[in-house]
Write a new protein. Structure first.
Length: 172
């Protein structure tokens, strides 16, 4: 048995004593107020609560060497235990973020602040993958559970002082 399609409903009529509905008037566009959405930029990264700790850790690393790596800064900030870093490098921990004592969102912010600060210090960027040798094969170590290439690259990025002699912190 085939049914015929239903007819469309009749148009609504206003109830007695009420005026018919008016079409909506266009609302004048108001200028958007400036929003502070927490976005980190080159102009405001120094105002972040993490910046002083990152700055101190980078200064301490550069006082004794020429290379700043995010994992070393995490160790200096005491967000990563040196034993956990060694276990990860040996292959005992599948991905580094699982042992870092910080939220993932804060780690992303940390990486961005570190990159901005290294740029201000005129450090050169280098990208060396973290690998370990296992039974004669090189195995790339993972930083994140997801393995997102952009985030992995951000963790693997390191910053090098290109100058001769010890690094001197620029005067503010």
């Amino acid at each position: 048995m085939v049914r015929a399609p239903m007819p469309p409903p009749p148009p609504r009529t206003p109830k007695p004593g009420r005026p018919p509905p008016q079409p909506a008037r266009p609302v004048a566009a108001k200028p958007e107020p400036a929003r502070d959405d927490g976005a980190l930029t080159v102009d405001n990264f120094r105002d972040d609560s993490q910046f002083p700790r990152i700055q101190a850790a980078v200064a301490e690393i550069l006082a004794s060497g020429k290379v700043v790596a995010p994992v070393d800064v995490l160790v200096k900030m005491e967000l990563l235990a040196p034993e956990d870093l060694a276990a990860w490098r040996a292959g005992g921990i599948p991905f580094l973020e699982s042992v870092v004592r910080s939220r993932l969102g804060a780690l992303g912010r940390f990486l961005r602040i570190l990159r901005f600060h290294a740029h201000d210090l005129k450090l050169q960027v280098g990208n060396e993958p973290y690998v370990r040798t296992y039974d004669g094969e090189s195995v790339t170590l993972r930083f994140t559970k997801s393995g997102d290439p952009k985030v992995e690259q951000a963790y693997a990025r390191h910053f090098v002082w290109p100058g001769k002699g010890p690094f001197r912190m620029p005067k503010s």
